[in-house]
Design a protein around this ligand. Sequence first.
Ligand code: 3HC
Length: 293
Amino acid sequence: MARELNEVGVVGLGTMGAGITEVLARAGLSVTAVEVTDEALARGRGHLEQSTDRAVARGKLDPAERDAIFERVRFSTSLEDLSSAELVIEAIPERMELKAEVFAKLDKICPPDTILATNTSSLSVTELSVVTGRPSKVIGMHFFNPAPVMKLVEVVRTVVTEPSVVEDVEALADRLGKVDVTIGDKAGFIANALLFGYLNHAVSMYENRYASREDIDAAMRLGCGLPMGPLALMDLIGIDTAYEILDTMYKQSRNRLHAPSPVIKQMMTAGLLGRKVGRGFYTYAEAGSAEVV
Ligand code: 3HC
């Protein structure tokens, strides 16, 4: 019988962390959401407000329920506030040294039976697990962007993850209204391993002036029935995140499909990070907006 997890922490309130916080709070869980600075915390809270306000404006969420969601979330700048969490989901940038530091701290702060999960999209969950004194309680819980909308959660078990921990996290995914798939610890898991070769190829088509960005995207939307073309999707994912994912997968597999197209690094250096900053392959009405100008 799976353990019911009701008190959850989220570390990192970027696009993914804020989306995950929303999903948890909407399902009635009590969430402590932690960021490093007051500024980052305010930005994360802003993501949550924007998303829930939009749902209210569309008549999809009752204003009273929106307020109840905020009552279930405690915003904090201190990891110490996670000392009674039953599960912590880490969603900070895709850099092993940063994640390892957070996991080592969480290991000291949280009770021994707290499950420590990472939302990493490509880094090794096993490598993270061994910086803690509880590798059997470390697991991957990979959500998709936008987290409140996308139904999938990839549950990543390492060779030492306890089967009961896998069961607890699968049961939680179910309670969140998600569908889970459970896989081993290999860069990119299932979805990104298949998706990113395609996205990278689309970028190189654009970079080589083979076709315009609009035509590449229209071909995949209208010809293949995808909800979004690959360059618009790169902007949604974030150019920096996409680069880190491709780079990690390339280093692990040496498959040239995943060698990041040069323009991705150039865009990253120039700060064209996609929708979240208002400019990527496309220019948006404002940072975070989906409206292309
Ligand atoms: N937060 C919350 N809700 C959102 C949202 C967001 N950021 N963006 C859209 N929505 C909701 C809308 O409110 C709307 O809800 P409703 O139907 O209840 O009114 C619904 O989603 C549809 O939105 P829109 O009508 O505005 O727009 P679309 O129909 O074009 O859908 C989309 C937008 C859901 C983003 C769709 O284009 C899509 O599915 N795109 C593909 C996304 C994808 O492939 N994601 C995976 C990326 S890979 C990844 O995340 C892995 C990681 O490791 C990088």
